[in-house]
Structures are given as structure tokens and as C-alpha cells.
Design a protein around this ligand. Structure first.
Ligand SMILES: O=C(O)CCC(=O)C(=O)O
Length: 294
């Protein structure tokens, strides 16, 4: 039996449990506040599938699929394939390890016996002429010349979304020490050269060799912070005159000579800096607005 002192009281929330839930709640609010500050400062980021994420522009699977679809025997040794947008004016992107070493060697081997001094287009007549602004040597391969060329052309078409039939035959170029190509446009200023296929709208420049020094592809009228490229310190004086790409065997540079409204883009002015040390081999694919009868 309970005595009068042991009478039961109705139970209210105890002081101890209410103070601990206030503490937990305050800690949650403080943590949330802290996370918001870190997000605002950019120290923390929320994972997204945006184009800035490394997986969004990882091209390994596309390269693999294109290589398989084209039935190429060439293996790329598991190289890393990825795209890097380097400029919006002009629109330009580097596809890293676009070609395998074997493909680069194959193009050089096919071209070597046929190299002749490079020419430029005379804008008055539209005909080719010898010039001091372009001192390299080169040759054209036929579109679809062999299995390797077909595989490369199919891959270019996949990455540019432009059909193989709009492409001129690949041109293979060789620059020795001192040789260069002064800044120029790839689009034409005459009517003669646009009869077949219309204007050149895009160019894919593939580097078939590394170059020890010089030989950069330079865009002197590119907009933006040209010295922000990670390879700035490795560029020659000519390379520092604009946005530059350092040749690396297997890499491909895609840039557009036409704006999306099909007007010529003056910021696409580009040239090949003189090679200072080593040799430069490259291959160019010019892509027209319409079908190009090869
Ligand atoms: O070799 C280079 O870097 C530039 C080549 C070029 O401008 C071209 O082929 O149109």
C-alpha cells in the first residue's frame, strides 16, 4: 500500500529529455548552416551529371564503339579519350587521343612517298599557288582510301555530327624546322572554290606527331584569356600570340569556321607556328556545308 507521500503525479516531459532534443536540433541547424557556407564558397559541390563532370565528356565508349563499328584492327592501347572545349570564339575543342599511334604512323607512311610543297588558294582566281606564307609539304589522300582512312573518317563524322560525304580527302602535312603556315581562314573568299560542296564550315586537325618545340596551332583572334591554358609556359613566342594548341600525337582539334547561323567566323583565323625543334606531322580534314564530290 502506498502512503500519502507516495501519491503518483501525472508525467509531463522531463526537463532532461527536452534539453537534449533542443541540443540535437541546434546542432542540425548549425551543421546545415555550415554546409551552406561551404557550398557558397565552392569548397563543397553537389554531384550532378552536367557537362562539366569528367564522365560527361569521357569519350572512351564512343571511340570504342566507332572503332568496333568500322571494323578497325588498330588497338589504342587503352589510351584515355576525352574532350576539352578550349574556346567559344572560335568554337574549338580538343579530342584527346582521337587517333591511335598505329593510325598516325599509317597515315604518315601512306603520305610520305607523295609529299610535295604546299600551296595556298589565290583569292583572286581561286587557283592554287606557291606561297611563302605556307612552307610545309603535303599531299591529299583519297576519301575512303583504305580501311584505316575509312575508320578515321567515320570517327570524325561521329564527333562532328557532319556526314563523311561533306568531307574533303584527308590532307597530310609535314613541317620541318623553320616551316610554318601563316594565319589564314579556312573559308573561301572566292566563288571558284565553293562550287563543289559550298563553304568549309569546320576543320579537324589531327596531330600525327609530337613536336619538341614550336609548331603550335595558333588562333590570334580568339576571345578570352589566352594565357589560361595549362601549357602556356611551354609555348613558343609565336604560340603566345593567341590561343594555342600544342601538337600531341593522336590528339585532334576541331574548330568551326562558320558560326551557327552559317556566317563566316573571323575569330577562326589560325596558323601553324614555325617548328623550332623536331618535326611536325599533321592531317587536316576540311568539312563543307554540302556534299563534297570527291
Ligand atoms: O598545322 C597547323 O597547325 C595548321 C594547319 C592549317 O591551318 C590548315 O591545315 O588549315
Amino acid at each position: 500500500m502506498m502512503g500519502p507521500k507516495a501519491r503518483l503525479q501525472p508525467r509531463g516531459p522531463s526537463r532532461k529529455s527536452s534539453s537534449s532534443s533542443t541540443l540535437i536540433f541546434s546542432m542540425l541547424i548549425i551543421s546545415l548552416f555550415f554546409i551552406l557556407i561551404l557550398l557558397a564558397l565552392g569548397i563543397l559541390s553537389i554531384p550532378t551529371n552536367s557537362i562539366n563532370s569528367p564522365t560527361a565528356n569521357d569519350l572512351s565508349s564512343i571511340i570504342q564503339r566507332v572503332t568496333d563499328a568500322a571494323g578497325s584492327e588498330v588497338s589504342d592501347g587503352g589510351a584515355d579519350h576525352w574532350a576539352e572545349v578550349i574556346s567559344w570564339e572560335p568554337r574549338a575543342v580538343i579530342y584527346h587521343n582521337f587517333l591511335s599511334e598505329e593510325e598516325c604512323e599509317h597515315l604518315i607512311k601512306m603520305a610520305k612517298p607523295h609529299m610535295v610543297k604546299s600551296t595556298v588558294v589565290d583569292s583572286a582566281t581561286g587557283k592554287s599557288k606557291d606561297s611563302r606564307v605556307r612552307t610545309s609539304s603535303g599531299t591529299f589522300l583519297k576519301r575512303g582510301q583504305d580501311e584505316t582512312v575509312r575508320a578515321i573518317e567515320k570517327r570524325i563524322s561521329t564527333f562532328t555530327f557532319l556526314s563523311v560525304e561533306h568531307g574533303e580527302g584527308l590532307q597530310v602535312l609535314h613541317y620541318e624546322v623553320g616551316q610554318k603556315y601563316e594565319p589564314h581562314y579556312d573559308y573561301f573568299l572566292d566563288d571558284y572554290n565553293t562550287k563543289n560542296g559550298g563553304q568549309r564550315m569546320a576543320t579537324v586537325l589531327m596531330y600525327l606527331s609530337d613536336v619538341e618545340e614550336g609548331g603550335e596551332t595558333v588562333f590570334p583572334h580568339a576571345k578570352g584569356n589566352i594565357s589560361a591554358v595549362p601549357w602556356w609556359d611551354e609555348l613558343s613566342a609565336c604560340g603566345k600570340e593567341g590561343l594555342s594548341v600544342k601538337p600531341k600525337m593522336g590528339d585532334a582539334l576541331l574548330f568551326w569556321s562558320m558560326r551557327p547561323d552559317a556566317s563566316p567566323d573571323p575569330s577562326s583565323l589560325h596558323g601553324g607556328c614555325a617548328v623550332i625543334k623536331g618535326n611536325k606531322w599533321s592531317s587536316t580534314k576540311w568539312i563543307r556545308m554540302n556534299e563534297y564530290k570527291a
